[in-house]
Write a protein that binds this ligand. Sequence first.
Ligand SMILES: [Fe+2]
Length: 222
Amino acid sequence: MESKPKKLADFCRDCSEGLAGLEDNDARIDFVTSIFEPLLADAPLFREILENVLEGRPYPDVRHPTMFDNELILHLDPAGRFSLRMFLWPPGGFDPVHDHNSWGVIGPVNGRLKVRDFRRRDEDDDAPGYFTGVMEIGRRIILPGMSYRVLPLNEGIHQTGNPTDSTVIQVSIYGKKQSDRSYVNIYDEASGRIYPLYSPPVRKRMLAEQALEALAAEKTST
Ligand SMILES: [Fe+2]
């Protein structure tokens, strides 16, 4: 049985109830920021969660599939209004430049979190493999007690990571999906190429579908 720390369970309940009546992303982000920053300041809570991981306890479930391999799911709102995730960044670890399908609020529990913001050089909405460029429009260091707001799709292209020489704990809240995509876009800074990143279960279903098509094609050609 999952055993979530009570403080975290209370936070998740408050977050879900507060989001229920909010109709736009600014209001959602403002509300979440107001309760999220105090949560981030609770280092003992995150220490308990990390000790659970180390001890192999049921919560959090490290087997739950995620987009990135340094990511752990802390909570999925039963009403689908948000998810709460933890990212563990080793020294010098950064994700690729990417976008999101939803709004979000992120922040570090310890250390320093670096965020770089980008804009596309074109506004083509969805063209995997398309050649474009991204330009950096800002960078900042997020300290414990502070947070950073993420906007969906082209409004929120960014890169996050750890510029320090010790591991950084990042916690993120992401809202309900606001796109019909089953992937996020990754922007390769050097080449300008965009490519889709799928979660492992989606990727496996796609490959299974393609494999079945290949089998069917072989059958009809023999
Ligand atoms: Fe992100």
